[in-house]
Design a protein around this ligand. Sequence first.
Ligand code: KIV
Ligand code: ZN
Length: 510
Amino acid sequence: MTNRILIFDTTLRDGEQSPGCSMNLEEKLKVARQLEALGVDIIEAGFAIASEGDFEAVEAVARQAERAIVASLARANRADIERAAQALKPARRPRIHTFIATSPLHMRVKLGKSPEEVLEAIRYSVTLARNLVDDVEWSAEDATRSEPEFLARAIEIAIRAGASTINLPDTVGYATPETYGALFRDMIARVPDSDKVVFSTHCHNDLGLAVANTLAAVMAGARQVESTVNGIGERAGNAAVEEIAMALRVRHDVMPFTTGIVSTEITRTSRLVSAVTGMPVQPNKAIVGANAFAHESGIHQDGMLKDSATYEIMTPESVGQSHSSLVLGKHSGRAAFRDKLAQLGYQLAQNEFLDAFRRFKDLADAKKQVFDEDILALVEDEVLRGHDRIAVAEVEVYCGSTGQARAILTLDVDGEEKMAAAKGSGPVDALFRAVRAIVPHPEAQLLRYEVAAVTAGTDAQAEVSVVLGEAGRTARGMGAHTDTLVASARAYVNALNKLLQKRGRSALAA
Ligand code: KIV
Ligand code: ZN
């Protein structure tokens, strides 16, 4: 059995199912390009039948991908499978990923099907998918709460019908490392021809065990792992690709497996996904959190100065984190800025570059020292909001310990400047009320407002994240600026753009 583990990335499908994490087409293409740079083997680009947007995303990623296999999800029926095949037409290496639930609870309550009907659906769906593409993956949804005897029969049917990957998801995050590993050992031992297919893991993090369960299954014979960048996904999320890849690398002594992950691309990928989804990475998150390589206590700092191996099991450089370094000043020109962007992994189109350069100059005027982190925050803030229909043009705020806070705000709405003034209980409240005055959205509620500093110092840029909710939909936005209030306005407006996109194009006029 090979010791190469295939990385199946589902950031664009299961990851996008996290509340408020939806991405537009352009953002999905950026993430897909970066996933190839990261070295994933398979990109699950979406669920083609779910919506027109999902179909277009699968088709566009299929067209763009140079090396990776591109997969689309499909339920066990003709319409889903044919739609997936259609979206995957431009792919060099297409894969249909079809699934059906196999647990007694899901079969009875969700599907309303008898076990025999489910087996028939597996035979039918995998055979149909196999007639349309060569590479078919079959998943047993809620595998970890399925009867082992029945699950083994289902897997055998899927293999006979032509599936070459068998995925056993822990859909509700119920498994433990022992039980999940045992499930793979049991199925691989019992199912005929199990050695002719690749067994795959797919773990959710409801008990915080997604990565541990994934690794237990690898030890038990799985050779594909399904994961997402930063562990985003339904509810508590999916297994995080960066944690799996680094665990396999750092503990190669006890888990002798390799992946195609280019570890130095991990931080860049994490930042990109966080920026396009508006989902901040918690500071103490393993591998990619802001504190993952920070040493606070004196004893630790002393040890680090003597030998970094005292308190670090991997270097920040190995995951693509550079130490804060003073980069550019206000006299730096375009060539130096372009060079810095290239070092940080950004190749911008000319108009994006000019916008970013203009903002860099403003930042260098406002801030004494400009660090790599500042450049990253600025580029992500400026470029990733790409074609937002509403943009912040000017912010003026009056506040203090006497009187009510007041904001005067100018927004660019579809190319037209619109201004409003509003009062509020504080400057942020006043600003957000001004946005509402210009673009009314009475049904939407502010669900979350968070501020973090990009670097140390009182002149640091603020990175603000905002979550808006409306009729069961959520949208996140981010904004960065040395002025916390400008960053707040940008974050709110970014979230509003995403909410309007979700509502549909006609909402703005309404
Ligand atoms: O969690 C799950 O069961 C899934 C399947 C559709 C693969 O995401
Ligand atoms: Zn899932």
